[in-house]
Design a binder for this molecule. Structure first.
Ligand code: F6R
Ligand code: ZN
Length: 190
């Protein structure tokens, strides 16, 4: 349980340039970690043959575990494309399907791909500085960088949300966000 006496539980400082939050753990996802995510597998394999760039990082604060507690993470997605598909996160559903999440854009230009688990609903919502995206429960979510600079954002979610990546690894998202005439467009995966 957090205590008002322990300021380290109450205040953290993040650096949007390094993608760090104090000394909290930070995961790095490189191109090799994203096998199966991109639509154009040939473009993926040839990009990987040329190098294994850092695609995104997430630093997380996940200390509190009470029923009403919150966790949060600082994400940084680097700019780039594989074929015509923007650099992206793996994407997931929350294990506790009812858990919603707030994404708060801090820098750069991007979008969130939101999909209902059942039914056909698929939406692209822009994410950028001064924008807040509300991700409802029961919604698979993936974030993409549609700009030329790093996309930086905070995600705030219930401590008991949990992350289900398996559901995405099995069937991926039904839609993809691609660059069309220099602009992001949402299209069916095919
Ligand atoms: C947490 C959340 C974000 C993501 C981050 C990286 O619930 O949605 O903090 O964890 O955008 O994406 P994933 O987790 O899909 O690799
Ligand atoms: Zn999430």
């Amino acid at each position: 349980m957090s205590s008002l006496h322990d300021v380290s539980q109450l205040l953290s400082k993040f650096d949007p340039r390094t993608g760090t939050i104090d000394d909290k753990p930070r995961v790095e996802r490189r191109l090799v970690d994203l096998r199966g995510c991109f639509r154009d597998t040939q473009a993926y394999e040839s990009a990987l043959a040329r190098g294994n760039p850092l695609v995104y990082t997430v630093a997380s604060v996940e200390a509190a575990h009470g029923e009403g507690d919150l966790h949060y993470g600082l994400g940084v997605i680097h700019p780039g494309t594989i074929g015509d598909e923007y650099f992206l996160t793996k994407g997931h559903m929350h294990t506790w399907r009812d858990a919603a999440e707030l994404y708060i854009g801090l820098a750069g230009e991007g979008a969130m791909l939101l999909e209902e688990e059942t039914g056909g609903g698929s939406r692209m919502v822009r994410l950028h500085a001064n924008a807040v995206v509300y991700v409802p429960g029961n919604t698979a979510h993936r974030t993409v960088n549609t700009g030329d600079e790093p996309l930086v954002y905070l995600g705030v979610y219930p401590a008991r949300a949990g992350h289900d990546y398996g559901v995405i690894a099995q069937r991926n998202f039904r839609s993809v966000v691609v660059k069309r005439d220099g602009q992001p467009a949402l299209i069916a995966r095919e």
